[in-house]
Each structure stands twice: as structure tokens, then as C-alpha cells.
Design a binder for this molecule. Structure first.
Ligand SMILES: Cc1cc2nc3c(=O)[nH]c(=O)nc-3n(C[C@H](O)[C@H](O)[C@H](O)COP(=O)(O)O)c2cc1C
Length: 217
């Protein structure tokens, strides 16, 4: 698949078919992630992949944690966002709202519900980094995640990054034996899209280039 086509077509998928993903396909997607550039080629990213019986076990654990404490989704900032940024979330919700099961959900509630993709997908990938790295190296990991998402799409798979799952990071670390020394940065749901699910029936737009780029020429 042509790279620009993959970039334009890819979108977050939040409902999956009950169809396993072959290990060689998961490996191919991870192998593409490893091709991402990183500062002095440190490749600080690490992935913990969970599927099959182990995924079911993880899901049971997470659903229990979720039933005990549902968490709110937020931008992770201490200060309120500038209006032009928060407007992007509002606009995204306006696109999503006609397609989601319970109209009237706030964006936060939708994203929380969307995080169930993590529970429904056949494969869960935890993205981690050793805590010895400074936060700036998370940038390198983000690049690898981008490669992963695009490779998944090019292979006919779908994915959704799930940040909200980090509210349950202790449960995940325990269930998957992720050592204390590793920071869990993101969960990724991976599988085959359920094209008939309303929650997958939209694509979110982006801010105009003029809004995000400053030029000197
Ligand atoms: C770091 C990160 C964390 C995310 N966390 C969640 C999440 O917890 N739940 C969810 O439904 N979507 C999550 N998403 C998906 C975003 O909502 C989605 O990428 C955004 O709305 C743009 O839509 P698109 O991916 O379909 O282009 C996350 C995306 C990123 C990059």
C-alpha cells in the first residue's frame, strides 16, 4: 500500500471481529515499528504482546479494575487548554456522536467507552520504556507507535491507541509481569475491524495546516 494512502485511510478502530490475528502478522507489524528513527539509534521502545488465553486473563483483570474505578479521560495538562485546542475535541465529538451507541455522551465518556476496544480486540500491545530514559525519549517511542499503526493498516489490520488503560497500569504490570523499572506508556488494541459497528463508521478530521504551522520565508 502506498504510504500516503495508508496515512489518509488509517483511523482508530474501537470494535473488532472475533477473529484471531496470526502471530506472524503481529510480528510483521512490530517489525515495521522497529524501523522508526530514534535518537542515536537507541530504539528505547519495548512491546509486551498479549493474545489468546493470556489476553482473556488480562481482560478479566482489567474489567474487574474498571468495575471498581471508572476513570475520566483528560488531556493530562494541569492548566486549562487554549480554546482553539479544546475545540478540536469538541469537533471530534460532533463527528462521533451520531455513530455512538448512546448519544449525549461527553467526549470523555466516549473515549472511556472507546477504551473498551482494548478489552474486545484479539491482541493487546503494551508499549513500554525503561525508566532510566528521560521523558524526551517518549518522542522516539511515539514514532515507533506511528509506524506500527500504519503498518497494521497496510496489512489489513486495525488498531486503536488506548491511553486511558494506563489508569490500570498497576494491574497490567502485575498481570503481564512488567517490572517496576519499565514505564507503561500506551496500550494498543489490534485486530480485524468490525466494519458494521457504528463506532467504526466515522473518520475524525484534523486542524488546518494554517493553524499549526508557522512559516518564515
Ligand atoms: C496517545 C493516544 C492515546 C489515546 N487514547 C485513547 C483512549 O484511551 N481511548 C480511545 O477511544 N481512543 C484513544 N486514542 C485515539 C484518539 O482518540 C484518536 O487517535 C483521535 O481521536 C484521532 O482519531 P483517529 O485515530 O481515528 O484518526 C488515543 C490516541 C493516542 C495517540
Amino acid at each position: 500500500m502506498e504510504i500516503f494512502t495508508a496515512m489518509k485511510e488509517r483511523k482508530s478502530i474501537r470494535a473488532y471481529l472475533d477473529k484471531p490475528v496470526a502471530r506472524r502478522d503481529i510480528e510483521a507489524v512490530l517489525a515495521a515499528a522497529l524501523l522508526a528513527p530514534s535518537a542515536i539509534n537507541l530504539q528505547p521502545w519495548e512491546f509486551v504482546v498479549c493474545y489468546g488465553e493470556e489476553k482473556e486473563r488480562l481482560v478479566r483483570r482489567l474489567l474487574k479494575a474498571r468495575s471498581e474505578r471508572v476513570v475520566a479521560c483528560g488531556p493530562g495538562t494541569d492548566q486549562p487548554l487554549p480554546a482553539k485546542i479544546s475545540r478540536r475535541a469538541t469537533e471530534a465529538l460532533a463527528v462521533m456522536e451520531p455513530h455512538i451507541a448512546a448519544p449525549g455522551l461527553t467526549f470523555n465518556q466516549f473515549i472511556e467507552a472507546g477504551s473498551c476496544a482494548f478489552y474486545g480486540a484479539p491482541v493487546a500491545i503494551m508499549v513500554t520504556i525503561d525508566k532510566l530514559f528521560p521523558a524526551i525519549r517518549y518522542l522516539d517511542v511515539g514514532l515507533a507507535v506511528s509506524y506500527l499503526l500504519l503498518a497494521a493498516h497496510a496489512k489489513g489490520l486495525s488498531a486503536c491507541p488506548i491511553g486511558l488503560i494506563l489508569a490500570y497500569r498497576d494491574d497490567i504490570a502485575q498481570a503481564l509481569n512488567i517490572p517496576e523499572q519499565k514505564e507503561i506508556l500506551l496500550g494498543i488494541a489490534l485486530g480485524y475491524a468490525d466494519e458494521s459497528a457504528p463506532v467504526n463508521a466515522f473518520q475524525i478530521g484534523r486542524a488546518d495546516l494554517a493553524e499549526i504551522a508557522t512559516w518564515y520565508e
